[in-house]
Design a binder for this molecule. Structure first.
Ligand code: UD1
Length: 416
């Protein structure tokens, strides 16, 4: 198992190219299953999660090739509507195959993520949506089975604008008979790109970028090519590190997807300058404490909550950080505390008392974004930080340590 070793408290300077977005490419890869032909996806990041999705696509009968960041998916042979537990348990986004398989083959059998009982969470919105479209849903031996000869359009309203449920239902509804309206739909840039991609394949979706999506069902979709949008979460991770430690320019980025994050960084005293596809961040004399509450897009992303806390651990005062999207996503708190951060967790709120500095220590990665917050913590901390279980980080970041090394960080990867 690999670990990352950081000798921290070194200035960062230079530029870094942002990769294609993990959360955009995963549903796009499954959308390619909807067309009986070959689709090409450009700027596909080489991540553990994209590799897992490739395995899943091949298991259902697609053929893939990956060269120079372009993934070609030949979905002509799709014939096996099953997503097994072994894959789904390692990546919740595997659930995205349900909509396309149901649409294409009239049946899909997908393991419940994480082996959860069929309770109100975590995929209840998806399942209620499929039922509304006329699918017959059953649960057997940890697998959801969905069946329908042809789905029928309907009105669906989500209790919460879930990214995954919006994407999954969209992919099923595009070929349903008649009109589907999704209310309280997610508006995240990754969902916007998915909807645009589906339209490029021949779907008829309107209301894109709003929280009401109207889908006029079509008979079938054709293959299409697309370039994945820049990863706003990877970009945000580098922005937090830059705000803490130096001057960093991001290239290949979409600044408009980061409006609220850039506003918060500006409030925190960093100097931010924005070009068409670049952002430069320079740390100020002090990091000002700035409270933050996550929200659905265009709110502050929950996927940057942990990294924001890392930055605030060395702010000149106290901050309050609340996560309203994932209310129990705080496994980084005890690990950052090991670096000397002064953090107190109450329900879904963290009280951060800024310190002059952190001190390196061995810590453990627990999930993708928690790992990123530990990398930032390690870069800030004086002395050496060792981060174990780095495979979590590799699920969502492409060669993160190499990118930070290019900026001047003293960071290495070691195999245990
Ligand atoms: C996606 C992102 C993840 C991000 C999250 C919120 C991908 C692959 N992952 O996850 O990185 O943190 O959006 O921006 O794109 N919920 C239910 N029932 C459901 C579905 C969701 O209760 O059927 C709840 C969840 O528990 C959570 C909230 O809704 O509290 C938001 O979840 P959702 O937007 O669905 O997140 P994901 O699509 O899983």
């Amino acid at each position: 198992m690999d670990k990352i070793i950081i000798v921290g408290n070194q200035p960062l300077k230079g530029s870094v190219a942002i990769s294609g977005a993990k959360n955009a490419v995963l549903p796009i890869m499954t959308a390619a299953l909807l067309a009986d032909g070959v689709s090409h996806i450009h700027k596909v990041p080489d991540l553990r999660d994209t590799r897992t999705m490739v395995r899943l696509l091949e298991m259902v009968g697609a053929k893939t090739t990956y060269k120079n960041g372009t993934l070609s998916i030949d979905a002509r042979g799709v014939d096996t509507p099953v997503a097994p537990y072994e894959l789904v348990k390692t990546m919740r986004a595997s659930f995205y195959v349900l909509g396309p398989l149901l649409s294409r083959l009239g049946v899909a059998k997908v393991s419940l993520p994480g082996g959860c009982a069929w309770g109100p969470r975590p995929v209840d919105f998806h399942l209620k949506g499929f039922e509304k479209l006329g699918a017959e849903i059953t649960l057997e031996s940890g697998y959801i089975q969905a069946k329908s000869k042809r789905l029928k359009g309907n009105n669906i309203r989500f209790d919460f604008p879930s990214v995954g449920a919006t994407g999954n239902i969209l992919m099923a509804a595009v070929t349903a008979k008649g009109t589907t309206v999704i209310e309280n739909a997610a508006r995240e840039p990754e969902i916007v790109q998915l909807a645009r991609y589906l339209n490029k394949m021949g779907a008829n979706i309107s209301g894109i970028e709003t929280d009401v999506l109207t889908i006029e069902g079509v008979e079938g979709l054709s293959p299409a090519d697309i370039t994945v949008i820049p990863d706003r979460i990877e970009a945000g991770t580098f922005l937090m590190a830059g705000a803490a430690l130096g001057e960093v320019t991001l290239t290949d980025v979409e600044p408009s997807h980061l409006d609220i994050v850039l506003d918060k960084l500006d409030e925190a005293g960093a100097t931010v300058s924005v070009g068409q596809s670049t952002i430069t961040i320079k740390h100020g004399d002090v990091i000002k404490p700035v409270d933050m509450t996550t929200g659905v897009y265009p709110g502050f992303p929950t996927d940057l909550q942990a990294q924001w806390i890392s930055l605030m651990t060395i702010a000149d005062g106290s901050t309050v950080v609340t996560d309203t999207v994932y209310k129990d996503r705080f496994s980084h708190i005890p690990e950052l505390t090991r670096l000397g951060a002064n953090l107190q967790l109450e329900n879904n709120t963290v009280f951060v008392r800024g310190q002059k500095f952190l001190i390196g220590a061995p810590v453990m990665s627990t999930d993708i974004r928690a790992s990123a917050s530990l990398v930032i913590g390690g870069l800030i901390a004086k002395g050496t930080t060792e981060i174990g279980r780095i495979y979590h980080l590799d699920r969502g970041y492409e060669r993160l340590e190499e990118k930070f090394k290019k900026l001047g960080a003293v960071i290495t990867r070691e195999s245990e």
